[in-house]
Design a protein around this ligand. Structure first.
Ligand code: SAM
Length: 244
């Protein structure tokens, strides 16, 4: 599909983040292609400061875990107030709701594509021991993890998700072609890349890449992509059949 005819091509993709640390945004999302796309209105960023919905003079947002144990848990009523506010008054109306969480479904390029094709995402960045389960159920949050490790908060995970989605928006990357051969497309990792100088520290660029024979280059790249995938991520080969 030509990029400008894609759905949402002229609507900004909306990122809305409920966070205790709004000052972390846009952070790294301000630079390079993703930053340019933000400045040009291709996507929009709204933070919903959770502290503003806190309780009492100290604007408390958390409490001790029911049943005992270490740490604090973000309160259901406080998080719900932030979600409802964002959906009524903010830019988050109609967006899928995502709680970034180590116990969520692992983030994949397929999920990124699905979200990038939609209107955006309302993301909840947890802190401390996490979030009261009831608000996740009652406000219909989908849980997504960026990997099998534990971060101190969901903000970096939200940035990862936003970055991965925004670069897929029509017009953000220069050449649509560069997406087609990337890792995870067709269930393969990307082939090795080389550039000048022709020889570096005694290591030459593979001769075939300098041959100008596009069919042989394509064939070499496909075989290298298959080899790397077999060696490093055989699970990808069994989960998706590569296109010929
Ligand atoms: N007690 C939680 C557990 O064991 O699953 C970990 C809480 S963690 C210290 C605080 C917050 O960081 C989480 O609520 C979540 O929003 C975020 N977080 C941590 N690791 C993450 C990951 N791998 N992917 C996405 N979000 C993560």
């Amino acid at each position: 599909m030509p990029q400008d005819d894609a759905p949402n091509a002229h609507q900004p993709w909306r990122a809305s983040i409920i966070t205790l640390f709004p000052e972390m945004f846009p952070g790294p999302l301000e630079v390079s292609l993703v930053g340019q796309a933000l400045r040009s209105g291709r996507w929009s960023l709204e933070t919903v400061p959770l502290r503003e919905f806190g309780d009492g003079r100290h604007r408390q947002v958390d409490d001790t875990p029911a049943g005992g144990g270490a740490g604090m848990v973000l309160r259901a009523d406080i998080v719900a107030a932030a979600v409802d506010h964002a959906c009524q008054k903010g830019a988050a109306d109609g967006l899928p709701r995502i709680y970034l969480s180590p116990r969520g479904e692992p983030l994949t390029q397929d999920i990124v594509k699905e979200l990038a094709a939609g209107p955006g995402a309302l993301m909840l960045a947890g802190r401390f021991e996490g979030v009261d389960e009831r608000v996740l159920e009652a406000r219909n949050f989908r849980e997504i993890s960026i990997g099998d490790y534990v971060l101190s908060g969901g903000e970096l995970a939200a940035m990862v998700l936003i970055d991965a989605c925004v670069r897929l928006l029509p017009g953000v990357l220069g050449a649509a072609d560069s997406l087609e051969h990337e890792s995870f497309e067709n269930g393969l990792l990307e082939y090795p890349q080389f550039t000048r100088p022709r020889e570096w520290e005694g290591r030459p660029i593979p001769e075939i890449l300098l041959s100008g024979d596009h069919a042989r280059i394509e064939d070499w790249r496909r075989k290298e992509a298959e080899r790397l995938t077999r060696e490093r991520r055989p699970d990808l080969l069994s989960s998706k059949r590569p296109k010929k």
